[in-house]
Design a protein around this ligand. Structure first.
Ligand code: MG
Length: 260
């Protein structure tokens, strides 16, 4: 069921959005060659506690998960792109890192993800990351009342295909509210003009993710981490966006922090 939020409820969602934005900006800033993924998770846990927020991940146990997630941050490195379960790994020069973070404040969830390279980047990794960011921007620009979900999907796919990346539609964006994953599904590929009409009060996570040379995923032995089937690298960009009569409001926007 798709739930629409009142303008007052969207205002109530802003603290969660701001917290997730600040936390991701901090985590990104503190992540470098030599950082251990478990220490990033602990840092995120500390920030959640300090903010009086609640993790959306730690007890998360969907049908596809082997057991409750048990961590508060997804850390996907190189050929891992989604649901990366933090483990004892120390980042090396040139690693491509995707951090996905969702938390709630006062019962309202925000969900956001960012990809970046630690140390010396490879050009192809920067292109992959930049393409997910540009696809996210294109989808947000299309997230106006009167459009349909398919317009967002088509905007994402156009950017991806323009760079030669193929798209996996098994995992995509979703409604956000009192829980992390609600209706509607927001696929990363679709037909313009099709699907659920975008109405004021709809709050969705939009999350393009692409793999360099495949659209097939395999699940790691940890039961959570999703990796490319061919070992190529992946990137992921995500924001929680509220649709209003005045246009899209990016609740997890980090630009006010002076970062992208
Ligand atoms: Mg997310």
């Amino acid at each position: 069921m798709i739930e629409l939020r009142t303008p007052a409820e969207i205002e109530q969602m802003r603290p969660a959005g701001r917290f997730v934005a600040e936390a991701l900006a901090t985590l990104r800033d503190e992540t470098r060659v030599g950082t251990n993924l478990l220490s990033l998770d602990r840092r995120a846990h500390d920030m959640i506690r300090a903010a009086g927020a609640e993790s959306c991940y730690i007890d998360y146990h969907p049908s596809f998960g082997a057991s409750p997630f048990g961590k508060v941050l997804c850390t996907s490195v190189n050929d891992a792109v989604l649901h990366g379960l933090p483990h004892d790994y120390t980042l090396r020069d040139g690693d491509l890192v995707s951090l996905d973070f969702a938390a709630s404040i006062d019962g309202w969830v925000a969900d956001s993800a960012v990809s970046f390279v630690v140390g010396t980047p490879r050009d192809e990794d920067l292109r992959l990351i930049e393409t997910t960011e540009r696809a996210l921007d294109a989808a947000i620009a299309a997230a106006t009342v009167g459009h349909k979900i398919g317009d967002l999907s088509a905007a994402i796919a156009e950017v991806a295909h323009g760079e030669g990346y193929s798209i996996n539609t098994d995992f995509g964006g979703h409604g956000v509210g009192r829980v992390m994953h609600g209706d509607p599904h927001v696929p990363n590929d679709g037909k313009a003009g099709r699907g659920y009409p975008l109405r004021p009060g709809l709050v969705i996570a939009i999350e393009p993710w692409f793999l360099a040379t495949t659209d097939e995923l395999i699940t790691d032995r940890d039961g959570w981490t999703l990796r490319s089937a061919d070992g190529s690298r992946g990137a992921h960009s995500e924001h929680t966006v509220a649709l209003t009569d005045d246009g899209p409001v990016v609740l997890t926007d980090r630009s006010f922090l002076g970062v992208d």
